[in-house]
Design a protein around this ligand. Structure first.
Ligand SMILES: C[S@@+](CC[C@H](N)C(=O)[O-])C[C@H]1O[C@@H](n2cnc3c(N)ncnc32)[C@H](O)[C@@H]1O
Length: 223
């Protein structure tokens, strides 16, 4: 188990809900990715970039296709892995907003977008994702939240007016490697995720499910 953990790709997260062979099975079932996405997965593993990986990315793309999403705002895009899955889902007429605070990430992402043939569907924004979201004047079909975990409660406050009715607010890492189940968590990220999950479920504006895939994915439908 320990050796396997060390050799596993970083984006696998070595799932704690479907540990071991079942997790291997789930990943073995996924269709092969194209050359650019495969290269990004390898780069993420080598450089410890925390991407969602193909299992979660497939869910993201499926959800986008299910609601015929044309516009996606992504908070926290890193090297643009999840962004490319969104861009493929929204189609040629669609638009995806990439945001990241790190310029080097954005430059790397730009290269991948060009090679994946989706540059014209993606607007790259470098800077604070929450600030940029707060400036948005129109409603998106999907808002995807993958920024620093301490900011999750603040993201929740910004999302509702910027998401269309029937749109999806999707958030990664909501089980935080199982730390959400600790008795008295002390670290700021776990506490913020707990607050976020509680408020999201309690919100009268959303119908929410926490999917226990990889590190936990919150899918909230705006009523
Ligand atoms: C988990 S990674 C994103 C991975 C990406 N969604 C994927 O799956 O391919 C989080 C990224 O969010 C960025 N980030 C964190 N807080 C941010 C903020 N407030 N504004 C902009 N970027 C932020 C970090 O620089 C990091 O690259």
């Amino acid at each position: 188990m320990t050796n396997k953990k060390q050799s596993a790709p970083s984006w696998r997260h070595y799932n704690f809900t479907t540990a071991g062979p079942v997790d291997d099975y789930l990943y073995s079932m996924l269709p092969k990715r194209d050359a650019v996405l495969t290269e990004m997965e390898d780069y993420a593993t080598e450089h410890r970039v925390p991407i969602v990986g193909p299992a979660v990315a497939s869910v993201l793309q499926q959800l986008a296709r299910m609601i015929s999403a044309r516009t996606v705002f992504e908070l926290g895009s890193a090297i643009g892995y999840s962004t490319i899955w969104w861009a493929q889902a929204v189609g040629e007429q669609g638009r995806v907003v990439y945001t990241d605070g790190d310029r080097k990430n954005a430059e790397r992402a730009r290269g991948y977008f060009a090679r994946a043939g989706v540059s014209d569907r993606i607007a790259i924004h470098t800077g604070d994702a929450l600030e940029f979201l707060s400036e948005q004047k129109h409603e998106y079909d999907i808002i995807f939240n993958d920024v620093d975990k301490e900011d999750y409660p603040r993201v929740l406050r910004l999302v509702e007016p910027r998401l269309r009715k029937g749109g999806l607010f999707i958030t990664d890492n909501v089980l935080w490697s199982g730390r959400v189940a600790e008795k008295n968590p002390t670290d700021a990220s776990t506490k913020a995720i707990l607050e976020f999950n509680r408020k999201l479920y309690d919100s009268k504006d959303f119908y929410t499910t926490l999917l226990p895939i990889r590190d936990g994915l919150a899918v909230a439908l705006k009523k």
